[in-house]
Write a protein that binds this ligand. Structure first.
Ligand code: HEM
Length: 385
């Protein structure tokens, strides 16, 4: 290894994640002959990188961003596009995720949370991820897109029986359902998001491929990210009885806890970019034609921006973290994801104040969180140490 290894750091508590310590912009050779990349880690450099038009998002689209071969996951979707295409595509969906629009969804999201918890409330030991955390964002995004409940249940069933349980709803299955609903919207107008995309297509603002790609992006990007955020929240609650009591007694703290979960252990540790020409950042020059990894989690632990950055502190004042990115690609679903996490964690801790861990996750289900909903089965109080 000719270059020094990058020192890594973790956040304290059960959320421990590894990411490079903030430092100068540096080159990391690829492992096993793979492509090397430049990594950007300091907060100021990350913000500069995410607002620099010379760093293209086409890195998402293909192994070789200069080719026109889309990859399976994000294809030619909005997150893999640069202006002016990105601007045109984002315009078609941005209103559905505005603060005002997301707020109108609050009662519906609360109802989904309540229904999922009602279904498990009589059980004692359950896997909270399988029964609650995993279906929540799928049910929410299906509602927004206009996917009927029966089709949504089909998607959840497919995820449960998938060979790789941690991978979410199988993409092929999601695509089939999206195609069916899009076909239906061609036949009759509806005021859901897929109906809106089909209208935009009929007004020549989107192509058929772009309608499907946008729908696919919205379905994929809000799912496992939100599952991870809420799972981290539950892990933190299970680990810390004082935190549980605080949130139960003053629910207003749930929002700051979600903010701190995002800063400390955000579900998207880094985002890729591709330098279309030489780019100077933080005193280094990234040569044109290079791949770049913009390390969001490193930036969120930069001591210049965040005091005592490795402490999980829900009372911290600095809130300008980059867990949802920054600049023109700032996460479209940020408000929605935060609302889902706040309602999920707040309702859970309010309804099940004696929630307690019930053993480690099985090897084949790394996302699993087994809990006793009503304490350790001895009347709701924890056993003596
Ligand atoms: C973009 C994180 C939930 C939809 C992004 C980006 C990040 C991110 C870091 C920027 C990508 C880049 O700059 O390359 C997260 C996290 C989430 C979450 C941490 C949950 C905790 C959601 C949800 C939705 C969503 C719920 C929608 C239903 C999108 C879309 C983009 C995006 C469409 C692309 C925006 C663009 O290219 O203009 N997200 N996301 N995300 N996110 Fe999220």
């Amino acid at each position: 290894d000719p270059l020094p290894r990058v020192p890594t750091a973790t956040c304290s508590g059960p959320l421990g994640q590894h990411f490079p310590e903030p430092g100068p912009v540096r080159y990391l050779p690829g492992e096993d002959g793979g492509v090397g990349r430049w990594i950007v880690t300091r907060y100021a450099d990350v913000v500069a990188a995410l607002t620099d038009p010379r760093l293209s998002n086409k890195s998402y689209a293909a192994a070789d961003p200069t080719s026109h071969e889309p990859n399976d996951q994000l294809g030619w979707s909005m997150v893999a596009a640069d202006p002016p295409d990105h601007t045109r595509l984002r315009k078609q969906v941005v209103r559905a995720f505005s603060a005002k629009q997301v707020e109108t969804l609050r009662p519906r999201v609360q109802r989904i949370v309540d229904e999922l918890l009602d279904a498990v409330a009589v059980s004692d030991e359950i896997d909270l991820v399988e029964t609650f955390v995993f279906p929540l964002p799928v049910r929410v995004i299906c509602h927004i897109l206009g996917i009927p409940r029966t089709a949504c249940d089909r998607l959840l069933d497919a995820a449960h029986t998938a060979e790789v349980p941690a991978a979410g709803v199988p993409l092929e299955c999601a695509e089939n359902v999206l195609r069916e609903v899009i076909d239906d919207r061609h036949a009759r107008r509806t005021d859901d998001l897929l109906g809106g995309l089909v209208t935009a297509r009929n007004n020549h603002k989107l192509s058929d491929t772009e309608v499907l790609e946008l729908a696919r992006l919205l379905f994929v990007s809000g799912h496992l990210t939100t599952v991870t955020l809420i799972s981290h929240g539950i892990a933190a609650l299970l680990d810390d009885p004082e935190l549980r009591a605080l949130l139960r007694d003053s629910p207003a703290h749930v929002s700051s806890m979600v903010d701190e979960l995002l800063r400390c252990a955000g579900p998207v540790p880094s985002v890729p970019r591709y330098a279309v020409e030489d780019v100077d950042i933080g005193g280094a020059v990234i040569p044109g034609g290079s791949y770049v990894a913009v390390m969001l989690m490193s930036a969120n632990h930069d001591p210049i921006t965040f005091t005592d950055p490795h402490a999980f502190d829900i009372h911290r004042r600095t809130r300008d973290d980059v867990a949802f990115g920054h600049g023109i690609h700032f996460c479209l679903g940020a408000r929605l994801a935060k609302m889902e996490a706040e309602l999920a964690l707040g309702t859970l801790v309010g309804r099940f104040p004696d929630l307690a861990p019930a053993g480690p996750a099985p090897d084949d289900r790394p996302l699993s969180l087994r809990v006793h909903l009503h304490g350790h089965g001895n009347g709701g109080t924890a056993p003596p140490d």
